[in-house]
Design a protein around this ligand. Structure first.
Ligand code: NAD
Ligand code: MG
Length: 304
């Protein structure tokens, strides 16, 4: 990595955030969903070369869905560097990306386990939780992050099949996983859901996806109240435009990629590495008085 790139991706050096990371647009690069980080140009930055842990999650048992790439990968990697054992879930066709993450987790000396299954099916959500409990001995942190996003120009082309799959992946799986994990979670445990700026400022090409993200925000506010008295906190992160496989694999029309993220106040797309600290904060005891809250990591577009 050239020196300039290395110092731009340094999360600990004070610098201008408008030029930190990749600040230009992106080349068109059609790929089939769910897409692979390893095939992207430029490569997303998940903090592989930069994230430094400081024992904030020592001994924790974490499950991160969609942990093979993008925001989930950056989060899984950061959790391990903070001292957690981590189970990542992903789709079978993402084995190559998952392998890279597991290598990074294992390099920390903590346990990394990969589970490939389709979370839009209820039994598979139960299977993931059973496997996590068996591998880790319990669950302290559940990150509901797996997501499907497929841009469609007009409602006439929005199929029932797509809507069902988007809702099952983004909303039902979050509810199923939360329900199945809860009996295994002690006081102090946390659930973190990935919502989106789309919950508040929806794009016309993402009718179904934006609805699911609004549902995730609503569930976060509501479920947090239901489990607060058990000492379990539920929070969310709302990313803005982030450079991950979700986008070139159908999340955006290809024509939108060259401008992707350029219309934010900070003038660029975010990188997965810029999300991980928010998840670490919400997972750790440092956020002990925060529940039912959503943190925006949007490049400056505001949540209401
Ligand atoms: P990503 O493609 O790297 O991650 C999404 C992951 O979801 C995939 O890696 C895949 O493992 C998983 N997934 C999808 N369908 C699945 C299924 N049926 N079963 C199991 N796993 C499945 O992209 P990302 O951008 O890091 O996405 C992570 C989350 O962030 C998603 O919930 C997405 O909606 C959200 N988000 C992304 C952006 C962005 O601009 N990239 C913005 C706001 C919110
Ligand atoms: Mg992936």
């Amino acid at each position: 990595m050239p020196d300039d790139t290395a110092s731009k991706s340094d999360q600990y050096k004070m610098q201008d955030p408008t030029t930190q990371y990749h600040s230009e647009g992106f080349p068109k690069q059609p790929m089939d969903a769910p897409g692979l980080a390893k095939d992207m140009t430029p490569k997303p930055d998940h903090g592989e070369d930069t994230y430094r842990g400081s024992e904030r999650l020592q001994g924790r048992k974490a499950v991160v869905t969609g942990g093979d790439s993008g925001i989930g990968r950056a989060t899984a990697l950061a959790f391990a560097r903070e001292g957690a054992d981590v189970v990542i879930a992903y789709l079978p066709e993402e084995e190559d990306d998952a392998k890279e993450v597991l290598e990074h987790i294992e390099a920390t000396g903590h346990k990394g386990v990969g589970v490939a299954l389709d979370l839009s099916v209820e039994e598979n959500c139960q299977q993931l939780i059973d496997r996590a409990v068996q591998e880790l001995g319990g669950i302290d942190i559940l990150v509901n992050n797996a997501g499907k996003q497929t841009a469609v120009e007009a409602i006439a082309d929005l199929t029932t099949e797509q809507m069902e799959k988007t809702f099952a992946t983004n909303v039902y799986a979050m509810v199923w996983l939360s329900k199945f994990a809860l009996p295994h979670m002690p006081a102090g445990a946390t659930i973190i859901n990935t919502t989106s700026i789309q919950a508040y400022q929806p794009s016309p090409t993402l009718l179904d996806y934006a609805m699911t993200k609004a549902a995730i925000a609503n569930f976060t506010h509501n479920f947090a109240q239901q489990v607060a008295s058990k000492g379990i906190r539920v929070n969310g992160v709302a990313p803005g435009p982030i450079w991950t496989p979700l986008q070139p694999s159908g999340g955006q029309p290809q024509e939108a990629l060259p401008e992707f993220g350029q219309d934010t106040p900070l003038g660029r797309a975010g990188q997965p590495a810029e999300l991980a600290p928010a998840y670490v904060f919400l997972a750790s005891q440092e956020s002990s008085y925060i529940t039912g809250e959503i943190i925006g990591v949007t490049g400056g577009n505001h949540l209401p």
